[in-house]
Design a protein around this ligand. Structure first.
Ligand code: KIV
Ligand code: ZN
Length: 515
């Protein structure tokens, strides 16, 4: 008998993008969506089209280009939300509308100010509206784990009768526990009439660090779709981490017999690296599966055991998640073939001019730095995602600084293609560069955070700078890498300002953030 498939519904581009600083622009979302398709996820939740023009545009672009996974768009139950979702999904070959409304009394009373009857009417109308144009409709009962169980049964029954085929049971505030969630899924499967024809889905937040444990409990109770994100990013403490869930099912097949996913696990590490290099948000070193230390054995007794036989301390291999040995460094004599192979491991599939450009940048770096590690490559490749709709392009910059000189920066920059140049003073060379860039771009944003780190060791190490800027409640992270940290700082600042400009240009007045 063949295994039953647990569907992987990836919401990195929607719930994940709601993490502070994880906003992505169109090209970045497309690059990630291509990688998710390669990873083999079953559904890509590409965005929330009514949230902003940017979301609408991105869902449209992903629907146009990505083939294989179902492409899903989120919508509240209002007619306008559903219309936006349908419009964005129009080019998709396998579209899904995902509509949601809260069902807990806490949300009904304090947020929606609606009665239970009104909520049921909303569900019925929204699902029917979506089903009128799309065969695949998912309904989510927001805050399900704090909702009255009998009302949840009514809500899901209404959705099912109106034509929904996936019933999602979100633990919106990360409040539930494995045994409670297990009971809830079992209860719903037993009490929603006709639910054997539907797929129950789980959606867990990690506020108590229980998202993966809760997800596994729901699978045991019969849920067959997991909503999750790469690196576990998402609102507040994040969502179920895709890599942890998938590898738990694979590594503990004895516990989860007869269940499998369609994920190509060797694409897990490339997906994690790509997301982290696009957003500039690092993965914590001790993060399960994809953290730097996940396969590092430090204690002598462990190293001794692993050298004798890996099975002593390793429950899965780094190769099984597509993690190649970092020992294999590239250098100035490495050719195109080795370079291309390494790019693929890092989640970058570059062709034509993009590949040639990245190779040239690699060679330039190899002239300055003897050994090129994955981290160095990721830093220079962050620019490889096409930036054709960027407003600002950093040109040359020159700095005067030292113990007796007033720090002064002269910066050249193109704004919408027009060359501009200015000179500014600052408290230090980075401050002077930032002041010059702020003047040229006329930004109103606030600089919230500035971090510098050396990527890998050695005097010739690349410096990587991450800059967080905020305007009008929208926070973005930019990053830049260079052997000169002042140049890296300028690149990071301009990168952040481009991202911000992209989002602000496409913002709608009615941006419903913070689901
Ligand atoms: O956490 C949540 O409830 C959500 C829903 C929109 C599914 O993200
Ligand atoms: Zn969520």
């Amino acid at each position: 008998m063949s295994d039953e498939i647990i569907r992987i519904f990836d919401t990195t581009l929607r719930d994940g993008e709601q993490s502070p600083g994880c906003s992505m622009n169109l090209n970045e979302k497309l690059a990630l969506a291509r990688q998710l398709a390669k990873l083999g996820v079953d559904v890509i939740e590409a965005g929330f089209p009514i949230a902003s023009e940017g979301d609408l545009e991105s869902v449209k672009a992903i629907s146009r280009e990505i083939r294989g996974p179902v492409i899903c768009a989120l919508a509240r139950t209002s007619p306008a939300d559903i219309e936006h979702a349908l419009e964005a999904l129009h080019p998709a070959s396998r579209p899904r509308v995902h509509t949601f409304i809260a069902t807990s009394d806490i949300h009904l009373e304090h947020k929606l100010r609606m009665s239970r009857e009104q909520v049921l009417e909303e569900i019925d109308r929204a699902v029917r509206q979506a089903r009128g144009h799309c065969d695949d409709v998912e309904f989510s009962a927001e805050d399900a784990t704090r909702s009255d169980r009998d009302f949840l049964v009514q809500a899901f029954t209404t959705a099912l009768e109106a034509g929904a085929s996936t019933l999602n049971v979100p633990d919106t505030v990360g409040y539930t526990t494995p045994s409670e969630y297990y009971d809830l899924i079992r209860f719903l499967r037993e009490h929603v009439p006709g639910s054997e024809a539907a797929v129950f889905s789980l959606h867990c937040h990690n506020d108590l660090g229980l998202a993966v444990a809760n997800s596994l409990a729901a699978i045991r109770a019969g849920a067959r779709q997991v909503e999750c994100t790469v690196n576990g990013i998402g609102e507040r403490a994040g969502n179920t981490a895709m890599e942890e869930l998938v590898m738990a099912l694979k590594t503990r097949r004895d516990e989860f017999a007869g269940l499998d996913t369609n994920v190509a696990t060797t694409e897990i590490y490339p997906s994690s690296r790509l997301l982290s290099s696009i957003t500039g948000v690092p993965v914590q070193p001790n993060k399960a599966i994809v953290g730097d230390n996940a396969f590092a054995h430090e204690a002598g007794i462990h190293q001794d055991g692993v050298l004798k036989s890996a099975i002593t301390y390793e429950i899965m291999t780094p190769q099984s998640i597509g993690r190649a040995s970092n020992e294999l460094v590239l250098g100035k004599h490495s050719g195109r073939h080795a370079f291309r192979e390494r790019l693929l491991e890092l989640g970058y599939e570059l062709e034509g001019d993009e590949f040639q450009d990245a190779f040239r940048r690699f060679k330039d770096l190899a002239d300055k730095k003897k050994s090129i590690y994955n981290e160095d490559l990721e830093a220079i490749l962050a620019d490889a995602v096409s930036h054709d709709d960027d407003r600002f392009a950093l040109g040359d910059l020159a700095i005067v600084s030292g113990t007796f000189a007033l720090p002064t920066a002269t910066v050249e920059l193109r704004v919408d293609g027009e060359p501009r140049k200015t000179t500014a003073n600052g408290d230090g060379p980075v401050d002077a560069v930032f002041k010059a860039i702020a003047e040229l771009t006329e930004t109103k944003s606030e600089l919230v955070q500035f971090n510098v780190k050396a990527i890998t060791g050695g005097m010739d190490a690349l410096g990587e700078v991450t800059v967080t800027v905020e305007e009008d409640g929208r926070r973005v992270i930019g990053h830049g890498a260079h052997t000169d940290i002042i140049v890296a700082s300028g690149k990071a600042y301009v990168h952040a300002l481009n991202k911000l400009a992209w989002h602000l240009r496409r913002r709608s007045v009615d941006e419903p953030r913070g689901i």
